[in-house]
Design a binder for this molecule. Structure first.
Ligand code: ZN
Length: 304
């Protein structure tokens, strides 16, 4: 499992302990996905941070294993996407962990997607629509503007839970925000060639990334949200996109590449395997993740 721990952690912690009262302890944080473990690590590098999933796991579908229950039982807070992304497993973990601090509506329950405006909020959801995200798309971590809002809310929440270190969390937020704003403007300058490009993708995993970069997802490999691609759906897609100016067929590390590869073979459009979260392709933090994704997309444009 991913444990965010930097070489500087021991040094920081030693420094902190000197200035803190003896009862002060580093936060114990349970992250549902690696992106939130990484963000928590930016704001609280001294914290004990555990990620329940890796970049190579589907965050919609996770087993509520005893090891995860034990981790959540000891946590001071969790940082998860929310908006129903973890609806299949987090409620079960919360129930079995039996930890008052991380029940919903407690300060220790932090849902990132609920801190920002979400795209594609549904007015009404029926079962016929598949496994749709009715509260809006929860895959919010690939929009840097929303990430900044979430970082601010998370630093505030950490300060509430751990007031002794409030000043420390605010300072880390300030440093992170300055670096993040600079990187965001660099990324926006680099990605001009991506504007207006059309892609086929798998699920709505990159909805916010595409929205930010003005990329258009013209088709989805899933026939319905949460359902694996079928041959009849793929045949329909083939008809729809043949001859269109498509940049490529995007899928992420945790998705089965077969459908993307089939469509690529039939159309000649390249597959674009895209990093989805921290840990993919060796990326160690959010900055590296964004950099990697942008390089992968720009590479597709250059090869076209
Ligand atoms: Zn989803």
């Amino acid at each position: 499992m991913v444990r965010i721990s930097t070489k500087t952690k021991a040094g920081l912690l030693a420094g902190l302990i000197c200035v803190l009262s003896p009862q002060a302890m580093a936060l114990n944080i349970f992250a549902c996905e690696p992106e939130w473990a990484a963000l928590a690590g930016e704001l609280a590098p001294e914290a004990e941070i555990y990620s329940a999933t890796t970049a190579y796991q589907d965050p919609h579908m996770v087993q509520a294993r005893p090891s995860l229950i034990a981790k959540l039982r000891r946590a001071d807070m969790f940082v998860c996407s929310g908006a129903e992304l973890e609806i299949g497993w987090l409620p079960a973990l919360q129930m079995k962990a039996n930890n008052r601090d991380v029940r919903d509506n407690q300060p220790g329950a932090f849902y990132a997607a609920l801190q920002v405006e979400r795209l594609d909020v549904m007015q009404s959801v029926t079962r016929l629509m598949g496994d749709v995200h009715g509260m809006g798309n929860p895959h919010v971590h690939l929009d840097p503007r929303r990430m900044l809002v979430i970082a601010e809310a998370l630093a505030k929440r950490m300060s509430e839970i751990d007031p002794a270190l409030a000043e420390h969390y605010q300072q880390n937020l300030k440093a992170f925000a300055a670096r993040w704003r600079q990187s965001t403007s660099d990324w926006e300058a680099m990605t001009k060639p991506l504007q207006g490009k059309q892609v086929v993708a798998y699920h709505t995993s990159y909805r916010y990334l595409f929205d930010w970069l003005s990329i258009e997802q013209v088709a989805d490999l899933e026939p319905k949200p949460g359902l694996p691609p079928t041959s009849s759906h793929l045949a329909g897609l083939l008809n729809q996109i043949k001859g269109q100016p498509i940049l490529g067929v995007v899928y992420s590390n945790y998705q089965d590449p077969k459908a993307a590869e089939w469509l690529s073979e039939k159309t000649g459009f390249p597959v674009i395997p895209l990093a989805y979260t921290v840990g993919a392709d060796g990326t160690e933090d959010l900055f590296a993740l964004y950099q990697r994704i942008i390089e992968q997309l720009l590479h597709a444009v250059e090869s076209a």
